[in-house]
Ligand binder design. Sequence first.
Ligand code: ADP
Ligand code: MG
Length: 312
Amino acid sequence: MEGGRREILLVALGGNALIRKGEIGTIDEQFANLQVPISQIARLSRYYRIIITHGNGPQVGNLLLQQECCDEVPRMPLEILVAQTQGAIGYMIESTLDSELMRQGIAVNKPLVSLISYVVVDEKSPGFLRRTKPIGPVFSEERALKLGYPTRKTEKGYRRVVASPEPVTIVEKNEIKKLIDMDFIVICCGGGGIPVVREGRSFAGVDAVIDKDLASARLASEVGVDVFIIATDVEGAALSYGRPDQRFLRKLTAGQAERYRDEGHFPEGSMLPKIRAAVSFLSSGGKRAAITSTSAIEDAVAGRAGTEITLE
Ligand code: ADP
Ligand code: MG
């Protein structure tokens, strides 16, 4: 089939899926974990034009901690640390994908590029004023109480939380669209994108971390993605997650999602942004959206795994 006519598949990879539960996030662990989604994405690139976005929650929090361990070197704001994780994780994804395309014999005519991306945020959004985004390692309650910064109890344990404004637009959307139309595999919007606000004719960075699922949904609408897969460290969205009566959902309509959210099934900062991202993508014309585990991306694309979100 003619390259330009193939559907566009966007896979959003969870930062938490690169550093799994119980791991400390050594480089070997992260490269090994990446192999699982990347080998599937390489195979899918035969049938789809591909965009890969990725989170950075654990990685950006680790960087923040690392720089706080040293007083001799000036500390950098979050916007710079997000840029650093785009470089680091972009490199990891790009090199893993490059080897995998080569191994699978589909490297010919498959250029790939990793793009530093800015995302304009809404300074007035509630997430900019309230800290909703968990980053970095998981702490015990005892340890969390002694830390010098705000933490919140998440499903994984206590984690540092930072401001997380709503994404408004992806600054490089036209460039990304052009690259996709030329059949480049594009890695972009890492860590939700570098958060910026407009100041006259230029941009200024802000001290926050955007949720990558929400940024991915914006990007998906802006470049006309057909299929949106959110790949994370659980098999999909569940009711009563983490409780004995936990039940993973295979299908979820926007109406049901709203009701379950009101009943408290989908927390802010983890599952809720994924559901909001899927619904907003479908509402703006996207064809299919699913939340799945990084090991079941191909099955979710085929409609055999994960939670498929629909408008009705
Ligand atoms: P990612 O880095 O992939 O975005 P997140 O930690 O942000 O990962 O979101 C995935 C996490 O959401 C899961 O590991 C799980 O702990 C949590 N979670 C909270 N509520 C639910 C739910 N209802 N169903 C499934 N997972 C949930
Ligand atoms: Mg997340």
